[in-house]
Design a protein around this ligand. Structure first.
Ligand code: NAD
Ligand code: MG
Length: 389
């Protein structure tokens, strides 16, 4: 029986690479459902190629034109809206839900998928940043496996295979350092979104590429590792590793360090999450360790303030990571539009963290309110800075 896969965010960087993996292993996987937010033409093209049972366009404005493009395939059901995402993940035939959509919007369908006992291949790290405790509780309650797609977490996960009884001493979380690793503070004052979108080692969606440039992405990944592997943040060390070859490592109590290495190619972690515990053939380059030395450096938290704000949010706990994430989504989009400077992003996030209502024991409803409040505060702060500039 082929595994039925639902891809949330199939038109994105992770989504299209996941389809590539599924195309190469069509004997093992079948696409049950594809979803997108705005790119309905691409979604329709994917539906023609993969013939899923259903597709969902989250932005309802595109429902009519999408339906028209699908009129020659009446067997594919077409739905629209956020609620449709929550419903489709519960469909009986689905075995695995790959959460490859971006941002806070991934939280609700992920919760629905867990409650419907679907295996989760998790790319949408914002879900764990915002509500890691709740997600872990639900996964335990519903006996659901969460398999990491993020390359670092896939590397940690691979390093932990066969180590069930053994305590982790330390996680070594690697980080390329992003495109501005060598910039001075003065240079950082002037960098633009176009500069930030030129990532040195990974090609990814726009939002995560900006998060990688500010190192907020690494802060998010510390939280992701904390929840996925149950290791406190003070035992997760971030190492700048510009070559992106060592994808992360685990140090055990006897001093042994196990790492996973490979060329930077997201199809590997996507495929591993889908096929675990099996390893299947994957086309592509192989690692040539003669070609380059491997460097490891300490991150500069004073230059990349977003990473230290992420540690602050972890230490405060409660809904603080949710506040951090919401403010970050606002400034990240603002920076891409040219409405916020590179260094302004961290300032707005810091002020939002100081102003938004803190809750030490949030539940789902609190996360929804917190997200809305923090977005409003961050937008006001960002727009205020713009008018006084
Ligand atoms: P992307 O921007 O390329 O694609 C995002 C996808 O989500 C698109 O299909 C889009 O239509 C959909 N989407 C966006 N907003 C939505 C909304 N509000 N409702 C429903 N659907 C929506 O992003 P990406 O780079 O593929 O990243 C996806 C997720 O995976 C992110 O959480 C990111 O942090 C994580 N991730 C990505 C990479 C990578 O290499 N791209 C690596 C690790 C983790
Ligand atoms: Mg990563």
């Amino acid at each position: 029986m082929k595994k039925q896969v639902c891809i949330l965010g199939s038109t994105g960087s992770i989504g299209t690479q996941a389809l590539d993996v599924i195309r190469q292993h069509a004997d093992l996987f079948e696409v049950y459902c594809l979803t997108a937010n705005d790119r309905y033409e691409e979604l329709a093209a994917q539906a023609h190629a993969f013939r899923p049972a259903a597709i969902v366009i989250a932005n309802e404005a595109h429902y009519q034109p999408l339906q028209q493009l699908m009129s020659d395939m009446p067997e594919v059901k077409v739905y629209a809206g956020k609620d449709a995402l929550d419903q489709i993940v519960e469909a009986d035939p689905i075995d695995i839900v790959l959460t490859a959509m971006v941002g806070f919007a991934g939280l609700s369908p992920t919760i629905h998928a867990i409650r419907a006992r679907k295996k989760i291949a998790l790319a949408n790290k914002e879900t764990l940043v915002v509500a890691g405790e709740l997600i872990c509780q639900l996964a335990l309650q519903y006996h659901v496996d969460i398999l990491p797609v993020d390359s670092e977490h896939c590397a940690i996960f691979q390093s932990l295979v066969g180590e069930d009884q053994n305590e982790i001493d330390k996680i070594l979380l690697t980080c390329s350092g992003g495109p501005f690793r060598l910039c001075s503070h003065e240079q950082l004052e002037r960098v633009t979104a176009a500069d930030a979108l030129k990532h040195p080692t990974w090609e990814m969606g726009a939002k995560i590429t900006i998060d990688s440039a500010t190192l907020m992405n690494k802060g998010f990944e510390v939280m992701e590792a904390k929840w996925l592997f149950g290791v406190p943040a003070d035992r997760i060390q971030v190492l700048i590793h510009p070559q992106s070859i060592v994808h992360s490592a685990v140090q055990f109590m006897d001093g042994s360090v196990k790492a996973q290495l490979g060329v930077p190619d997201m199809r590997l972690p996507i495929q591993y999450a889908l096929t675990f515990p099996k390893r299947l053939h994957l086309d592509g380059d192989r690692l040539d360790l003669f070609r380059q030395p491997l460097e490891f450096l300490e991150p500069d938290m004073s230059k990349f303030k977003c990473l230290s704000l992420a540690y602050d949010a972890i230490n405060r706990g409660g809904n603080m990571p949710c506040i951090l994430n919401a403010a970050n989504e606002v400034v990240n989009a603002g920076f891409r539009r040219g409405d916020c400077s590179f260094l302004g992003m961290a300032d707005v996030i810091e002020q939002t963290m100081a102003q938004a209502t803190f809750d030490a024991n949030p539940d789902y409803e609190v996360y929804i309110q917190t997200d809305a409040e923090a977005r409003r505060i961050a937008a006001e702060l960002m727009n205020g800075r713009q008018t006084t500039r």
